[in-house]
Write a protein that binds this ligand. Structure first.
Ligand code: PLP
Length: 426
């Protein structure tokens, strides 16, 4: 089964954008595309898989484009933010405050005060942060729901860099040796009303995610028992994101429906009444909804290697270049007119970016049909954690972004101008 947007669909998109002038081939050497229909479909699957009263948020870090956030909001999803910048983005987009979840291990006093004043849900990353919140709450009244992020310490997934629930993690409170303190804090602060966890992003299989969830439910039972005399119960469990997607057309990722069923069954077993579930998926919603087209500037053939230089490298595919082996995309080749190149006479190519360092290489030894100067490389499945990690190194302009659904195509972000670049460094 294909997970990425079909190459024929890409050809059609490219041809339309060329003809209508949305793409200017001399200037637009790299273009980001985003398919709103895919997002709609993923949203539908997500909502069907979970209990109806679940608050599903989209992790803004995965895809912070305002036009994408607007769709996320229109599809009745909330937003998970991890910095004041992201918080301001979603406020500007018009998300209602009770649909925003503010995570981050580095919230300042000012950021906490702003969130509390605006009744935005906060997941506190530490006891110290809870103490800050308590101090601020003495000075203002707030309806913010406050949760505590715990690290259930269930183990690492296959990608260490994105696994955050091992024995050690920079996030949350390690559960194993701090249970008593956690219980004390829930007794001390009667406004503390939920648990937050996030196991990892990509590389964590559904069993690992479910094991973490179960530890969270067990903890809630213990907390509820401990705060019983205060005549209250916890109100929410936020399970973070982390459901893996497939970057290989022939590999099947965990099924959201099965995952949702397992969550529902486990939830049922713990009889927690009408406690609310919150999710923060990023990759699941966005990864397969995007692709990048990058022009082949040069094709270099030496005895021992074929290297194509394209206009997308570690500036937009940071993890893929700096941590190869863990991150993967499939590639297709289009000719100047946008037709998919197919050939039985393939060659192995290194696909190199435009930046000035040796490992600015998106992928090595990729089997492709003959690639020529002026062709375009399609990098599939780039809707999450690509342009969101944009690097300013070498001061190259952020590419134009084209969003589409059905057969409507629109520039949803212009290519960065050189004036904007100069302003950034001034
Ligand atoms: C706290 C938190 N929530 C949600 C996410 C989204 O994870 P994913 O995109 O894998 O669903 C992340 C990603 O790192 C995260 O750190």
């Amino acid at each position: 089964m294909d997970h990425f947007i079909n190459p024929d669909r890409i050809t059609e998109t490219f041809a339309y954008c060329l003809k209508s002038g949305l793409i200017k081939p001399d200037d637009d050497t790299s273009i980001v595309f985003y398919d709103f229909d895919q997002l709609k479909q993923k949203t539908k699957l997500l909502k069907q898989a979970f209990p109806e009263n679940t608050l599903h948020t989209s992790a803004v870090k995965a895809n912070p484009l305002i036009k994408v956030l607007e769709k996320v909001k229109d599809f009745n999803l909330g937003a998970e933010v991890a910095s004041e910048g992201e918080l301001r983005l979603v406020i500007k987009t018009g998300f209602s405050n009770d649909n925003i979840v503010f995570d981050s291990p580095a919230k300042t006093f000012q950021e906490l005060e702003f969130a509390l004043r605006n009744n935005i849900r906060i997941n506190s990353d530490s006891f110290m942060e809870l103490d800050r919140i308590s101090k601020i709450k003495e000075t203002l009244s707030s309806n913010s729901k406050i949760g505590l992020r715990i690290n259930p310490q269930v183990g690492y997934g296959s990608i260490e860099a994105t696994s955050v629930a091992g024995e050690y993690s920079k996030f949350g409170i390690p559960l194993k040796n701090h249970l008593n303190e956690i219980l004390d804090y829930f007794l001390k602060y009667n406004w503390l009303s939920g648990i937050h966890m996030h196991i990892g992003s990509q590389g964590c299989n559904a069993d690992l995610l479910i094991n973490g969830f179960e530890l969270g439910l067990k903890l809630i039972k213990e907390i509820n028992q401990s705060i019983k005399n205060q005549d209250r119960k916890l109100e929410f469990i936020d399970i973070g994101g982390g459901l893996p997607v497939s970057y290989h057309h022939n590999l099947t990722p965990p099924d959201i429906k099965d995952y949702g069923n397992r969550i529902k069954n486990m939830f049922g077993l713990y009889e927690l009444g009408n406690m609310q579930l919150i999710t923060e998926f990023g990759r699941f919603l966005h990864a397969n909804s995007g692709f990048i087209l990058s022009k082949v500037e040069y094709a270099k053939h030496y005895n021992e290697s074929n290297t194509i230089i394209i206009h997308s490298g570690a500036d937009i595919l940071l993890r893929e270049c700096l941590n190869p082996g863990n991150w993967f995309h499939e590639f297709s080749v289009l000719n100047k007119e946008g037709k998919v190149k197919k050939s039985i006479n393939t060659k192995k190519y290194h696909i190199a970016g435009p930046l000035c360092f040796a490992n600015d290489i998106v992928a090595r030894n990729v089997e492709l049909p003959q690639v020529d100067e002026g062709d375009y490389i399609v990098i599939h499945d780039t809707g999450a954690y690509t342009f969101g990690m944009w690097s300013k190194y070498l001061s190259r302009p952020f590419p134009k972004v084209i969003g589409f659904d059905n057969s409507n195509y629109k520039i949803i972000r212009n290519r960065e101008s050189f004036d904007e670049i100069i302003k950034f460094w001034t």
